[in-house]
Design a binder for this molecule. Structure first.
Ligand code: COA
Length: 703
């Protein structure tokens, strides 16, 4: 991990392009550094000035004495390369390049950015930007940006690919009462990316939660690696914009069509413990929840309310998310029956009724906090004429302090009359919402993250499987030599067999006699299919004969297929006839793979057969994660196919061990051979003992 302390806690900062004109960005940066209370030395650089904002000005970075850790560059793009070189000669460790006009404008800008990168590499200067707002650390304190204002000190780090988002969120944070440890604007990510900053914020003791706004991820595999480790330490919540399905539309396999890049992001985030926010408000609600609350020990929620409707909405949302409404102990229920009005609902949600004053809320809080079947508490208050929002806020705060291990969420449903109560809650660190759905979303994020942390004991990695990679290599070589990218059935089956993935071996016969010999060897009944790279839909041209029980039937079928195909498609090259055994028992599942441009091979598993795309009963994992039994089992149990595999309606259970092994080996195969772009084993029939892959589609590309 690279130590980026020279960016967040520099001893000396130079501002290149510092200006004495208040309307210029170079002025704002110097002014922000001063106003933030930065304790190190600030060195404005401007060849025309002697002094800027009361600070002595230098004509160039080379004239500054001592080590400059950080340079903030704010000169026009055409001057940036020279300035960067001067920084390099002066031994600057990190540079924030505010300037726009690089990669984002294309053409010359792209060229300029490449040159800037090369200078950074040559002189070992770590670059932030270009085309960024800068960065801030409230604990140093340091404001090396041209944003307006400096956030309240807090424990949230916000990393953003959009500069506008940094500025807007900062402005909003003042009224929202949100405190930050760091603000980082990534800009064009010419060098340092979200990955470096996630690592750095994970190591930052002042950061409790990391929020990220990302449009893309720089290096998918490294991102997963870094986030998997970082999530074990603190939560990462990402709002990823751009949920295009363009990739999915272009795919030719079932798996490819179901996958798409958005799915890859989902899978990668989930796998690495990253929470994905659906929108800006969820991002910050989650940030606030993690920033102020302890992690819940479980998923059981108690709701306390003075109004039925909102509580029903909250209950519905809780159930939809898979969280649980807590079931109170008998002792709790007895006490509530005794102490609350007869009309109250004493089961969860606890409805203390519309005429409730603070005393009923206080009593219900006591009940919910003390019951050990409750993992978190949500108070929903509507501003009835007798409600006491501020006193109730005070009660919530008292219980929060008394029971610091249980998270509390407040939903103050209303506006004007609740402002003061809300303010009290927010100030004291209670996540406070206007509507229950957002509160449940934030709570759900916390529960899921807590689950990730608990389940985090590394499962033992499976031993490497015995494989014959030479056969796979040779097969791919032959296919490419034949100027094809799609494997024929006998080739795919050879590849699977070489990796020990159970497959119905298909053999190519080039004569009637050979077809008969193969049939004899593999055992009747058999299926014959024409083999030609030009015939995708074999049945349509009469190229398939099934259920052949003896030599005579095979001979006749062979000749019939040849005759029909030659008649329909006289010009199609016929490689021969593929012979395979009839296999018709077992549960039909699919194992597939599509390769994501960012995250690499992604494995799909689910209900197989011709309705895969319709039923969409599929779970996804990055192949790299399928190296242990637990991960593969989890992937299987997520699908409805699992219900069938366990033995549905009196059926015997299928051989799940064989399926686990097949998934494990498929994940291995696609990691070992990067030339496989897409793959479907559909169906794979899972028998009571063993499994058999029937239709196998493999597409490769030239490496
Ligand atoms: N070393 C130090 N200072 C230099 C210099 C050098 N080699 N060459 C020029 N300067 C000075 C200039 O004289 C000027 O100072 P002055 O006000 O005293 O004349 C100062 O640096 C700035 O240069 P100027 O030409 O006035 O540029 P500018 O301030 O109008 O614009 C940028 C510079 C970087 C702000 C502009 O090019 C830009 O990129 N703007 C967009 C920024 C942006 O949106 N970023 C992304 C946010 S998401």
């Amino acid at each position: 991990m690279s130590d980026l302390s020279f960016l967040f806690n520099p001893k000396q900062v130079a501002v290149i392009g510092a200006s004495a004109s208040p309307q210029k960005i170079g002025y704002a940066i110097v002014s922000n550094l001063i106003k933030s209370g930065y304790q190190g030395k600030i060195c404005p650089i401007n060849p025309k000035e002697k002094e800027i904002l009361g600070l002595p000005c230098y004509p160039s970075i080379g004239k500054v004495e001592g080590q400059v850790d950080l340079a903030v560059i704010s000169v026009p793009a055409r001057l940036c390369l020279q300035v960067a070189r001067e920084c390099g000669e002066a031994g600057v460790k990190g540079a924030i390049v505010i300037t726009a006009g690089f990669k984002e404008v294309g053409g010359e800008g792209l060229k300029l950015e490449r040159e800037l990168q090369a200078i950074g590499k040559k002189y070992n200067i770590r670059l932030v930007g270009p085309n960024c707002v800068g960065l801030m650390d409230t604990h140093t304190p340091l404001n090396a940006s041209f944003a307006t204002g400096f956030p309240e000190k807090g424990n949230i780090s916000f990393i953003s690919q959009s500069g506008a988002m940094v500025i807007a969120i900062l402005d909003w944070s003042f009224q929202a009462g949100l405190g930050f440890s760091r603000f980082i604007s990534l800009g064009n990510k010419s060098d340092l990316s979200e990955i470096d900053f996630i690592e750095s914020c994970t190591a930052d003791p002042n950061t409790k939660v990391i929020l990220v706004y990302a449009e893309d991820v720089t290096d998918g595999e490294k991102f997963v690696q870094v986030c998997t480790e970082a999530s074990k330490v603190k939560p990462i919540v990402i709002l990823k914009s751009g949920t295009s399905t363009a990739g999915a539309q272009a795919a030719s396999s079932h798996t490819g069509a179901l996958a798409g890049s958005n799915r890859a992001y989902d899978t990668a985030f989930r796998q690495s413990g990253v929470l994905r926010a659906d929108n800006m408000s969820d991002l910050f609600y989650l940030g606030r929840a993690f920033s102020t609350q302890p992690l819940p020990e479980g998923d059981r929620v108690a709701i306390i309310t003075n109004s039925g409707g909102p509580a029903i909405i909250a209950t519905d949302t809780i159930e939809k998310t898979g969280l649980k409404m807590a079931r109170f102990s008998k002792a709790t229920i007895d006490q509530m029956r005794e102490n609350l009005p007869a009309e109250s609902n004493i089961y969860n949600p606890i409805d203390v009724l519309g005429d409730a004053r603070v005393d009923r809320f206080r009593f219900a809080l006591q009940m919910a906090y003390e019951d050990e079947n409750v993992d978190s508490v949500m108070v929903i208050l509507s501003p009835t004429a007798v409600a006491e929002p501020e006193k109730t806020a005070q009660a919530i705060l008292e219980y929060k302090d008394k029971y610091p291990h249980k998270p509390i969420f407040a939903v103050y449903m209303g506006g004007k009359t609740l402002v003061k109560g809300k303010e009290m809650l927010v100030k004291a660190g209670v996540p406070t919402f206007t509507f229950p759905e957002s509160a449940v979303t934030a709570l759900e994020g916390m529960v899921r993250y807590a689950e990730f942390r608990r389940a985090n004991d590394a499962a033992p990695v499976l031993p490497p499987p015995n494989v014959d990679s030479n056969t796979v290599k040779a097969t791919f070589y032959d296919v490419l030599k034949d100027k094809r990218v799609s494997l024929l059935a006998h080739e795919s089956s050879k590849v699977l067999d070489a990796y020990g993935i159970p497959v119905n071996r298909t053999y190519l016969a080039t004569s009637v006699e050979e077809a008969c010999q193969i049939s004899q060897k593999i055992g009747y009944p058999v299926v014959l299919k024409v083999s030609s790279p030009r015939i995708a839909h074999k049945t349509d041209v009469g190229g398939v004969e099934i259920g052949l029980h003896n030599r005579r039937e095979v001979e006749k079928a062979y000749n019939r297929i040849m005759e029909r195909v030659r008649r329909y498609l006289p010009d199609a090259p016929i490689y021969g006839i593929e012979v395979s055994k009839v296999v018709d028992d077992g549960v039909e599942v699919i194992i597939g793979m599509s390769r994501d441009i960012q995250f690499g091979p992604m494995i799909a598993f689910g209900l197989g057969g011709i309705y895969v795309n319709l039923l969409k009963d599929v779970s996804f994992r990055l192949a790299s994660a399928l190296n242990n039994r637990q991960a593969i089992e989890e992937m299987i149990t997520e699908t409805k196919a699992y219900t069938l595999l366990k033995g549905y309606r009196g059926q015997k259970p299928a051989d799940i061990d064989a399926l686990i092994d097949a998934i494990y080996r498929t994940a291995r195969l696609v990691q070992d051979f990067e030339e496989i772009t897409e793959m479907d084993i559909n169906p794979l029939r899972v028998h009571t003992r063993g499994a058999t892959g029937l239709d196998v589609k493999i597409t490769i590309n030239q490496m």
